[in-house]
Design a protein around this ligand. Structure first.
Ligand SMILES: O=C(O)CCC(=O)C(=O)O
Length: 347
Protein backbone atom coordinates (compact mmCIF):
# COMPACT_ATOMS: atom_id res chain seq x y z
CA UNK A 1 0.00 0.00 0.00
CA UNK A 2 2.88 2.39 0.77
CA UNK A 3 3.86 2.63 -2.90
CA UNK A 4 0.32 3.37 -4.10
CA UNK A 5 -0.03 6.14 -1.51
CA UNK A 6 3.30 7.66 -2.55
CA UNK A 7 2.08 7.56 -6.19
CA UNK A 8 -0.95 9.54 -5.10
CA UNK A 9 1.23 12.31 -3.59
CA UNK A 10 3.09 12.54 -6.90
CA UNK A 11 0.07 12.30 -9.17
CA UNK A 12 -1.96 15.15 -7.59
CA UNK A 13 1.07 17.40 -8.04
CA UNK A 14 1.59 16.34 -11.66
CA UNK A 15 -2.06 16.51 -12.68
CA UNK A 16 -3.27 19.55 -10.79
CA UNK A 17 -1.23 21.29 -8.11
CA UNK A 18 2.13 21.88 -9.83
CA UNK A 19 5.03 23.06 -7.69
CA UNK A 20 3.91 26.54 -6.58
CA UNK A 21 0.77 28.23 -5.34
CA UNK A 22 -0.96 30.31 -8.08
CA UNK A 23 -0.89 34.10 -7.64
CA UNK A 24 -3.73 36.16 -9.14
CA UNK A 25 -3.14 39.90 -9.69
CA UNK A 26 -6.80 40.74 -8.99
CA UNK A 27 -9.89 38.99 -7.65
CA UNK A 28 -11.26 36.21 -9.91
CA UNK A 29 -14.83 36.16 -11.19
CA UNK A 30 -17.05 33.78 -9.20
CA UNK A 31 -17.03 31.32 -12.12
CA UNK A 32 -13.23 31.39 -12.46
CA UNK A 33 -12.81 30.94 -8.71
CA UNK A 34 -15.22 27.98 -8.67
CA UNK A 35 -13.85 26.34 -11.83
CA UNK A 36 -10.10 26.80 -11.31
CA UNK A 37 -9.75 26.62 -7.54
CA UNK A 38 -12.73 25.45 -5.42
CA UNK A 39 -13.76 22.52 -7.62
CA UNK A 40 -10.10 21.46 -7.94
CA UNK A 41 -9.36 21.91 -4.24
CA UNK A 42 -6.42 24.10 -5.21
CA UNK A 43 -5.15 27.08 -3.14
CA UNK A 44 -4.32 30.50 -4.61
CA UNK A 45 -3.18 33.91 -3.37
CA UNK A 46 -5.09 36.95 -4.65
CA UNK A 47 -3.58 40.47 -4.70
CA UNK A 48 -5.53 43.75 -4.74
CA UNK A 49 -8.43 41.97 -3.11
CA UNK A 50 -9.05 44.25 -0.13
CA UNK A 51 -7.49 47.56 -1.24
CA UNK A 52 -10.81 49.32 -0.56
CA UNK A 53 -11.00 48.24 3.11
CA UNK A 54 -10.40 51.17 5.53
CA UNK A 55 -8.76 48.59 7.84
CA UNK A 56 -5.76 48.33 5.53
CA UNK A 57 -4.68 51.89 6.41
CA UNK A 58 -6.18 52.26 9.88
CA UNK A 59 -5.24 49.07 11.70
CA UNK A 60 -1.44 49.43 11.58
CA UNK A 61 -1.87 52.22 14.11
CA UNK A 62 -2.33 50.76 17.61
CA UNK A 63 -3.79 54.12 18.79
CA UNK A 64 -6.66 53.78 16.29
CA UNK A 65 -7.55 50.26 17.42
CA UNK A 66 -7.26 50.93 21.16
CA UNK A 67 -9.36 54.10 20.75
CA UNK A 68 -12.07 52.39 18.68
CA UNK A 69 -12.20 49.28 20.90
CA UNK A 70 -11.51 50.99 24.24
CA UNK A 71 -14.55 49.44 25.94
CA UNK A 72 -14.70 46.06 24.21
CA UNK A 73 -13.86 42.73 25.90
CA UNK A 74 -11.97 40.32 23.63
CA UNK A 75 -10.67 36.74 23.95
CA UNK A 76 -6.95 36.62 24.70
CA UNK A 77 -5.06 33.31 24.37
CA UNK A 78 -1.98 32.91 26.59
CA UNK A 79 0.75 30.26 26.45
CA UNK A 80 4.34 30.17 27.74
CA UNK A 81 5.78 29.45 24.27
CA UNK A 82 3.37 30.67 21.55
CA UNK A 83 2.19 27.13 20.75
CA UNK A 84 -1.52 26.72 21.44
CA UNK A 85 -3.58 23.83 20.08
CA UNK A 86 -0.34 21.95 19.61
CA UNK A 87 1.37 18.79 20.81
CA UNK A 88 3.42 19.70 23.91
CA UNK A 89 5.17 17.96 26.77
CA UNK A 90 3.00 17.73 29.90
CA UNK A 91 4.27 17.91 33.51
CA UNK A 92 4.92 14.15 33.57
CA UNK A 93 7.01 14.39 30.38
CA UNK A 94 4.34 12.67 28.25
CA UNK A 95 3.02 14.36 25.13
CA UNK A 96 -0.43 15.95 25.20
CA UNK A 97 -2.61 18.25 23.09
CA UNK A 98 -2.27 21.63 24.83
CA UNK A 99 -4.82 24.45 24.57
CA UNK A 100 -4.18 28.04 25.64
CA UNK A 101 -5.37 29.77 28.79
CA UNK A 102 -8.21 32.01 27.52
CA UNK A 103 -9.33 35.24 29.20
CA UNK A 104 -11.79 37.99 28.27
CA UNK A 105 -9.81 41.22 28.57
CA UNK A 106 -10.47 44.88 27.57
CA UNK A 107 -8.97 45.32 24.09
CA UNK A 108 -6.30 47.94 25.01
CA UNK A 109 -4.91 45.63 27.72
CA UNK A 110 -5.07 42.65 25.35
CA UNK A 111 -3.18 44.44 22.57
CA UNK A 112 -0.53 45.51 25.06
CA UNK A 113 -0.16 41.85 26.14
CA UNK A 114 0.31 40.80 22.50
CA UNK A 115 2.94 43.48 21.83
CA UNK A 116 4.91 42.74 25.00
CA UNK A 117 4.85 38.96 24.53
CA UNK A 118 8.04 37.22 25.58
CA UNK A 119 8.93 33.57 25.02
CA UNK A 120 9.41 31.62 28.25
CA UNK A 121 7.24 34.16 30.11
CA UNK A 122 3.94 34.71 28.34
CA UNK A 123 2.97 34.84 24.66
CA UNK A 124 -0.41 36.40 23.88
CA UNK A 125 -2.47 35.80 20.71
CA UNK A 126 -5.78 37.58 20.09
CA UNK A 127 -8.02 35.04 18.41
CA UNK A 128 -11.11 32.92 18.97
CA UNK A 129 -12.41 30.66 16.24
CA UNK A 130 -16.09 31.23 16.97
CA UNK A 131 -17.02 34.14 14.70
CA UNK A 132 -15.18 36.51 17.06
CA UNK A 133 -14.85 39.29 14.47
CA UNK A 134 -18.61 39.76 14.18
CA UNK A 135 -19.21 39.45 17.94
CA UNK A 136 -16.23 40.78 19.93
CA UNK A 137 -14.99 43.28 17.31
CA UNK A 138 -18.34 44.56 15.93
CA UNK A 139 -17.25 48.17 16.70
CA UNK A 140 -14.65 48.00 13.89
CA UNK A 141 -16.46 45.50 11.64
CA UNK A 142 -17.31 48.23 9.09
CA UNK A 143 -13.54 48.69 8.43
CA UNK A 144 -13.71 45.41 6.42
CA UNK A 145 -16.26 43.84 4.08
CA UNK A 146 -18.79 41.51 5.70
CA UNK A 147 -17.96 38.81 3.17
CA UNK A 148 -15.76 38.17 0.13
CA UNK A 149 -18.38 38.85 -2.55
CA UNK A 150 -16.98 36.67 -5.37
CA UNK A 151 -16.47 33.78 -2.95
CA UNK A 152 -19.99 34.16 -1.55
CA UNK A 153 -21.39 33.98 -5.07
CA UNK A 154 -19.18 31.04 -6.07
CA UNK A 155 -19.89 29.04 -2.91
CA UNK A 156 -23.59 29.93 -2.81
CA UNK A 157 -23.70 30.92 0.87
CA UNK A 158 -22.59 33.62 3.31
CA UNK A 159 -19.64 33.02 5.67
CA UNK A 160 -20.48 30.74 8.58
CA UNK A 161 -17.85 32.46 10.77
CA UNK A 162 -15.50 35.45 10.49
CA UNK A 163 -12.45 35.36 12.79
CA UNK A 164 -9.80 37.93 13.68
CA UNK A 165 -6.16 37.09 14.48
CA UNK A 166 -3.72 39.57 16.09
CA UNK A 167 -0.30 38.19 17.02
CA UNK A 168 3.45 38.47 16.74
CA UNK A 169 6.18 36.25 15.35
CA UNK A 170 6.15 34.37 18.67
CA UNK A 171 2.75 32.77 17.95
CA UNK A 172 2.69 29.75 15.66
CA UNK A 173 -0.27 27.62 14.63
CA UNK A 174 0.61 23.91 14.29
CA UNK A 175 -0.36 21.71 11.31
CA UNK A 176 -4.08 20.93 11.22
CA UNK A 177 -7.01 20.98 8.81
CA UNK A 178 -10.49 22.53 8.96
CA UNK A 179 -13.86 21.51 7.55
CA UNK A 180 -14.32 24.95 5.95
CA UNK A 181 -13.47 26.76 2.75
CA UNK A 182 -11.18 29.51 4.07
CA UNK A 183 -10.68 33.01 2.60
CA UNK A 184 -7.81 34.36 4.71
CA UNK A 185 -7.15 38.13 4.35
CA UNK A 186 -3.99 39.72 5.78
CA UNK A 187 -4.48 43.33 6.93
CA UNK A 188 -1.12 44.11 8.56
CA UNK A 189 2.25 42.30 8.48
CA UNK A 190 2.72 38.94 6.77
CA UNK A 191 1.52 35.37 7.34
CA UNK A 192 3.61 32.39 6.27
CA UNK A 193 1.74 29.21 5.36
CA UNK A 194 3.04 25.69 4.84
CA UNK A 195 0.38 23.74 2.97
CA UNK A 196 -0.14 20.04 2.27
CA UNK A 197 -3.08 18.61 0.33
CA UNK A 198 -5.45 16.14 2.03
CA UNK A 199 -3.90 13.36 -0.05
CA UNK A 200 -0.72 13.71 2.07
CA UNK A 201 -2.48 12.91 5.36
CA UNK A 202 -0.12 10.02 6.23
CA UNK A 203 2.88 12.35 6.08
CA UNK A 204 1.69 14.24 9.16
CA UNK A 205 1.68 11.21 11.51
CA UNK A 206 -1.68 11.99 13.10
CA UNK A 207 -1.88 10.39 16.56
CA UNK A 208 -4.25 10.68 19.50
CA UNK A 209 -3.08 12.84 22.42
CA UNK A 210 -4.79 13.44 25.77
CA UNK A 211 -6.24 16.98 25.89
CA UNK A 212 -4.65 19.42 28.36
CA UNK A 213 -5.19 23.09 29.20
CA UNK A 214 -2.82 25.83 30.32
CA UNK A 215 -3.83 27.89 33.38
CA UNK A 216 -2.04 31.20 33.90
CA UNK A 217 -1.42 32.52 37.42
CA UNK A 218 -0.99 36.28 37.16
CA UNK A 219 0.57 36.81 40.64
CA UNK A 220 3.45 34.41 40.04
CA UNK A 221 3.39 34.91 36.23
CA UNK A 222 3.47 31.10 35.96
CA UNK A 223 1.70 28.59 33.72
CA UNK A 224 0.47 25.14 34.68
CA UNK A 225 -0.45 22.55 32.05
CA UNK A 226 -3.03 20.08 33.33
CA UNK A 227 -4.70 17.08 31.67
CA UNK A 228 -8.45 17.35 31.23
CA UNK A 229 -10.57 15.15 33.48
CA UNK A 230 -12.26 12.96 32.38
CA UNK A 231 -9.59 12.14 29.80
CA UNK A 232 -10.43 13.16 26.23
CA UNK A 233 -8.26 12.29 23.24
CA UNK A 234 -7.62 14.56 20.29
CA UNK A 235 -6.17 13.28 16.99
CA UNK A 236 -3.50 15.80 15.98
CA UNK A 237 -0.55 16.13 13.57
CA UNK A 238 2.71 15.18 15.27
CA UNK A 239 5.19 16.87 12.89
CA UNK A 240 6.96 20.14 13.71
CA UNK A 241 8.23 21.35 10.31
CA UNK A 242 10.82 23.67 11.91
CA UNK A 243 12.57 21.64 14.64
CA UNK A 244 15.40 23.27 16.56
CA UNK A 245 18.91 22.45 15.22
CA UNK A 246 19.47 20.06 18.18
CA UNK A 247 16.29 18.11 17.36
CA UNK A 248 16.47 18.19 13.58
CA UNK A 249 18.36 14.93 13.00
CA UNK A 250 16.11 12.91 15.31
CA UNK A 251 12.90 14.46 13.91
CA UNK A 252 13.98 13.51 10.40
CA UNK A 253 14.38 9.90 11.55
CA UNK A 254 11.03 9.85 13.36
CA UNK A 255 9.02 11.55 10.56
CA UNK A 256 10.70 10.48 7.30
CA UNK A 257 7.49 10.67 5.23
CA UNK A 258 7.26 14.39 6.02
CA UNK A 259 10.91 15.37 5.71
CA UNK A 260 11.79 13.15 2.74
CA UNK A 261 8.53 13.34 0.77
CA UNK A 262 7.50 16.22 -1.52
CA UNK A 263 8.10 19.65 0.05
CA UNK A 264 5.03 21.36 1.51
CA UNK A 265 3.79 24.31 -0.57
CA UNK A 266 5.07 27.49 1.02
CA UNK A 267 3.40 30.87 0.57
CA UNK A 268 3.69 34.23 2.25
CA UNK A 269 0.48 36.27 2.29
CA UNK A 270 1.19 40.00 2.53
CA UNK A 271 -1.01 42.84 3.78
CA UNK A 272 -3.71 43.43 1.14
CA UNK A 273 -3.69 39.81 -0.11
CA UNK A 274 -6.11 36.93 0.40
CA UNK A 275 -5.21 33.24 0.52
CA UNK A 276 -7.85 30.77 -0.63
CA UNK A 277 -7.21 27.73 1.58
CA UNK A 278 -9.42 24.84 0.44
CA UNK A 279 -11.24 22.73 3.04
CA UNK A 280 -9.32 19.73 4.42
CA UNK A 281 -5.88 21.10 3.41
CA UNK A 282 -3.31 20.83 6.19
CA UNK A 283 -1.79 24.17 7.16
CA UNK A 284 0.93 25.42 9.50
CA UNK A 285 0.96 29.19 10.08
CA UNK A 286 3.63 31.61 11.33
CA UNK A 287 3.83 35.38 11.04
CA UNK A 288 5.95 38.53 10.70
CA UNK A 289 4.64 41.71 12.37
CA UNK A 290 3.94 44.90 10.42
CA UNK A 291 4.39 48.56 11.39
CA UNK A 292 2.26 48.43 14.55
CA UNK A 293 4.39 45.60 15.98
CA UNK A 294 1.74 42.94 15.25
CA UNK A 295 0.20 40.92 12.41
CA UNK A 296 -3.54 41.16 11.76
CA UNK A 297 -5.66 38.87 9.63
CA UNK A 298 -9.39 38.35 9.16
CA UNK A 299 -10.58 35.02 7.83
CA UNK A 300 -13.92 34.00 6.39
CA UNK A 301 -15.01 30.41 6.90
CA UNK A 302 -17.58 29.17 4.41
CA UNK A 303 -19.33 25.81 4.78
CA UNK A 304 -17.69 23.06 2.73
CA UNK A 305 -19.54 20.46 0.68
CA UNK A 306 -19.48 17.03 2.28
CA UNK A 307 -19.33 15.51 -1.18
CA UNK A 308 -17.57 12.67 -2.99
CA UNK A 309 -14.13 14.34 -2.51
CA UNK A 310 -14.72 14.42 1.23
CA UNK A 311 -15.70 10.73 1.12
CA UNK A 312 -12.47 9.88 -0.76
CA UNK A 313 -10.31 11.82 1.73
CA UNK A 314 -12.07 10.20 4.66
CA UNK A 315 -11.47 6.80 3.09
CA UNK A 316 -7.78 7.59 2.49
CA UNK A 317 -7.15 8.52 6.10
CA UNK A 318 -8.82 5.28 7.21
CA UNK A 319 -6.21 3.32 5.23
CA UNK A 320 -3.00 2.36 7.04
CA UNK A 321 0.30 3.34 5.50
CA UNK A 322 2.11 0.05 5.89
CA UNK A 323 5.85 0.30 5.90
CA UNK A 324 8.57 -1.43 7.85
CA UNK A 325 8.25 1.26 10.52
CA UNK A 326 7.75 0.00 14.07
CA UNK A 327 5.67 3.09 14.70
CA UNK A 328 2.49 2.59 12.64
CA UNK A 329 0.68 5.66 11.38
CA UNK A 330 -2.77 6.20 12.76
CA UNK A 331 -5.67 5.63 10.43
CA UNK A 332 -9.21 6.62 11.36
CA UNK A 333 -12.55 7.72 10.01
CA UNK A 334 -14.01 11.04 11.10
CA UNK A 335 -17.44 9.56 11.84
CA UNK A 336 -15.79 7.03 14.19
CA UNK A 337 -14.24 9.89 16.17
CA UNK A 338 -17.58 11.38 17.07
CA UNK A 339 -19.06 7.94 17.86
CA UNK A 340 -16.30 7.23 20.37
CA UNK A 341 -16.98 10.49 22.18
CA UNK A 342 -13.62 11.98 21.26
CA UNK A 343 -13.17 15.68 20.63
CA UNK A 344 -14.79 17.05 17.49
CA UNK A 345 -11.51 18.55 16.34
CA UNK A 346 -9.63 18.12 13.13
CA UNK A 347 -5.93 17.42 13.14
O1 LIG B 1 -3.48 32.57 11.59
C1 LIG B 1 -3.30 31.57 12.26
O2 LIG B 1 -2.49 31.54 13.21
C2 LIG B 1 -4.06 30.29 11.98
C3 LIG B 1 -5.12 30.41 10.94
C4 LIG B 1 -5.89 29.14 10.73
O3 LIG B 1 -5.50 28.08 11.17
C5 LIG B 1 -7.15 29.17 9.99
O4 LIG B 1 -7.57 30.23 9.51
O5 LIG B 1 -7.76 28.08 9.85
Amino acid sequence: MANQIENLWREVRELSLGTEIDHLASPPSPVQFLRDYVSQSKPCVISNAIAHWPALKLWSDPAYLTGALSNDLVSLHLTPNGCADAVSQGSTGDLCFASAHVEKVPFPEALQAVRSSSKGKSVAYLQQQNDCFRTEYSTVASDCDGDISWATEALGCSPEAVNLWIGTDLSVTSFHKDHYENLYAVVSGEKHFLLLPPTDVHRLYVRRYPAANYSYYRDSEAFKLELEQPVRHVPWCSVDPYPSPEREASERLIYPLFFEGPMPFHCTVKAGEILYLPSMWFHHVSQTPGDGGYTIAVNYWYDMQFDIKYAYFNFLQSVSYESSSLNPILSWREDEDSESGDADMSP
